[in-house]
Design a protein around this ligand. Structure first.
Ligand SMILES: Nc1nc2c(c(=O)[nH]1)N(C=O)[C@@H](CNc1ccc(C(=O)N[C@@H](CCC(=O)O)C(=O)O)cc1)CN2
Ligand SMILES: Nc1ncnc2c1ncn2[C@@H]1O[C@H](COP(=O)(O)OP(=O)(O)OP(=O)(O)O)[C@@H](O)[C@H]1O
Length: 197
């Protein structure tokens, strides 16, 4: 059974939220990314973190790439999709510049560079489609982040802090959750930082 057959309400919410964030103007996108990056810059998690997972925004996602220039003394990493049948993503060092290779979803990935085990990152900024204030996350529906950070179900305090990143309009009152969903420690939007745990 595919994920959308199992959870029609998740699939429907995903379509609605993806359409809403894609409609934001370039100007709104720029303002929101900058405002959220400023909230993050002030957070203790960001101030402590040395090794940080970030993402290359697509499909109207909040753009936090400004942080790479703002924190030149930190190491940033982008997710690299697993080659089948390996279940986990890796995170590869990225200095903030343009990238020529795109993965099968047309998302840029660094081809070279040091790759860091996900469990040894300090902080991961997690893209998402919808979230609630309790830290539940709806992603693109392929389970990449859930699988990669599944070890946190057994050891919630282990590994990186997971901070979801979203536009405020992606906040919903309560998301349906599944047993494999990994809760977020916090969520940042252009309006505020939510502490979830
Ligand atoms: N910026 C960003 N990078 C990320 C993620 C993300 O959510 N955002 N991911 C989070 O997991 C991973 C990629 N996950 C993805 C999962 C599904 C689809 C997807 O369904 N895309 C198409 C349809 C499929 C296709 O073109 O073959 C679509 O847009 O509908 C895309 C990315 C790793 N990198
Ligand atoms: N730890 C895991 N082990 C095996 N399968 C998993 C695990 N986590 C998630 N999955 C699978 O991934 C699929 C997608 O899950 P879900 O719809 O919750 O993804 P998502 O959180 O929206 O997506 P993503 O994490 O890619 O952004 C599910 O069908 C589930 O079976």
């Amino acid at each position: 059974m595919t994920e959308s057959q199992a959870r029609p309400e998740k699939a429907q919410l995903r379509r609605r939220m993806r359409a809403a964030r894609r409609k934001l103007s370039v100007y709104q996108q720029r303002l929101s990314g900058r405002a959220a990056a400023i909230h993050l810059s002030r957070s203790p998690q960001m101030q402590r973190a040395r090794h940080i997972g970030i993402y290359w925004p697509m499909d109207g996602e909040l753009d936090l790439r400004w942080l790479v220039r703002r924190f030149p003394d930190r190491n940033f990493y982008l997710p690299v999709l697993p080659a089948e049948p390996h279940p986990h993503m890796r995170f590869r060092r990225w200095h903030g510049g343009p990238l020529s290779y795109r993965n099968r979803f047309r998302i840029p990935e660094p081809l070279r560079g040091h790759s860091h085990p996900p469990q040894r990152l300090d902080l991961v900024l997690v893209p998402l489609v919808a979230f609630d204030a309790g830290g539940a996350r709806l992603g693109m529906g392929a389970g990449f982040y859930d699988r990669t950070f599944a070890f946190k179900r057994l050891l919630p305090g282990a590994g990186p802090a997971l901070i979801g990143a979203a536009h405020q309009l992606q906040c919903v009152p309560q998301l349906p959750t599944d047993s494999w969903d990994i809760p977020l420690d916090a969520v940042v939007t252009e309006e505020r930082l939510y502490h979830c745990r």
